[in-house]
Design a protein around this ligand. Sequence first.
Ligand code: GTP
Ligand code: MG
Length: 216
Amino acid sequence: MASRNPGQRSAPAGAQAGRVCQFKLVLLGESAVGKSSLVLRFVKGQFHEYQESTIGAAFLTQTVQLDDATVKFEIWDTAGQERYHSLAPMYYRGAQAAIVVYDITNLDSFGRAKTWVKELQRQASPNIVIALAGNKSDLANKRMVDLDEAQAYADDNNLLFMETSAKTAMNVNEVFMAIAKKLPKGDPAGSGRQGGNPRGGGVDLKEKPNEGGGCC
Ligand code: GTP
Ligand code: MG
């Protein structure tokens, strides 16, 4: 693994990490691009060569520690097989973050990723933070998707972008950390708590667990 797994919900003792922000994150992308493998790597530090195809969706959580806040991700790992497509809105609705995954060795999967980005831009929360992950970067000798082209597409669409490898752990924690940093944590003075957009930020687990809106 490139780096340690973030600790589970435990802020360092004495740190000013008083805020605990909870965010819903969804993974989307064609079947077999490595969505479940990325989550397994991020949450458990594991990789399976024979990862089973997801049925419906899987739910996991993981927590990362930022300087000023603890971010708890509620992760929905969706099934990429086409027959599950109609379920996807259930998982991206209300999500504050999404990772759209393609496989760098599979050009079609990049096309499919673009379609997911379009769907999210049209139908998900307006403030959703989207990351594009070009997975299987360890298979660079079989590359079919150009790095610069993917980067340019991500820039044009205001997406975070990294090539990742669930197998080697390259950029796996990093992509989640980049999302955690970009998510609006708001502040107690209320800058992130404008009304009317209950999906605008995470739920502050310590201060306002039931208000259903605003940031922490
Ligand atoms: P669905 O659940 O069907 O949507 O697929 P998925 O996107 O969750 O893919 P999954 O994680 O099941 O991975 C599919 C296959 O790709 C498995 O055999 C994994 O071992 C393999 N795989 C996943 N990530 C990587 C990677 O970074 N590098 C390599 N070489 N193989 C990977
Ligand atoms: Mg899966």
